[in-house]
Design a protein around this ligand. Sequence first.
Ligand code: ATP
Ligand code: FE2
Length: 344
Amino acid sequence: MRNPQKDQQTKQAYCLGIESTADDFGVGICSFDGDILANKSDGYIPTEGGIHPREAARHHAEVADKVLNHALTAAKVKPSDLSVIAFSQGPGLGPCLRTGATVARALASYLDIPLVGINHSVAHIEIGKLKTGAQDPVTLYASGGNTMVTAFDSGRYRVFGETLDIALGNCLDVFAREAGLKHKKGFPLGAAVEKLALEGKRLVSLPYVVKGMDLSLSGLLTAATALLYKGDFRLEDLCYSLQEHAFSMVTEVTERALAHTEKREVLLTGGVAANKRLQQMLAVIAQEHDASFHVVPLEFATDNGAMIAWTGVLAYKHGLQTPVDESFVRLRWRVDKVDVPWIS
Ligand code: ATP
Ligand code: FE2
């Protein structure tokens, strides 16, 4: 059995992280001082419609071996060099999470090293901090399954505002699918909406719903989709208007959290962080509040194994381990239920 104290002293300690909350199966390898040595993944693209959890899980089981080998080869690390295995324990889709957890348990028990279950949302924030240098930001985490504004306070990332229904990425994805756009490898539906929005000239009025610190996107999606079917507006104008309304809502909530917490940094993370228009809106409010603005690099914005590996390092170095009999997946594990003892 590895000795955690000894691992923390040596530079040759590595964590392998497994990500499998939704459509991607990812493996990252990270040294204990934060060097990302490998970040490999294989994504499941549904033939039509949204993600089918069991189909995605089957995909993950099929590619796990290949992605693990790619990561170990890229990192030039032998399995016996690993000190700890981290995995996405939740939140996410049950069958997908269970596949990743099974691989993680098997690896940890075969190598006789500890296992650490990681909260996927915490990992999106931590990789953003590692890669941008932000220390104590107000974070907008916006992806296909999550939209929340968080900031650290008293031992946890607290949620200052969030979507009351669908996530920002999901809103863009569903609209794109209704418009007949296709998800291609390396070109997600949100990126397709972004591209068309650049050609938008007319701002069409749509529902704008911010309730206190929370927001709602389902009415916006329904209204935009209804206009799409009516056919009175160009698709480019609808994409532009959808983005302007949705991004203004999340920016308003982020700005309020920034004013309330008086933090000096804004961090944008999650798959939707790739969007230039959203980046632009957040940069403006950060500047108005004298805060610096940080965007996680694209490779680490979408779901990836490296973020799980790095958060695994942070957790393990602070004494956290997950015994196998407590390694059940947590489908609705909220970010504000997770202690983060590595932040003082
Ligand atoms: P989570 O489990 O964190 O909710 P996820 O499975 O949705 O994650 P991510 O990879 O974090 O995965 O985010 C994917 C989302 O990001 C999709 O909704 C996708 O359309 C969106 N996205 C990707 N690129 C862009 C872009 N350029 N503009 C807007 N949205 C984008
Ligand atoms: Fe994610």
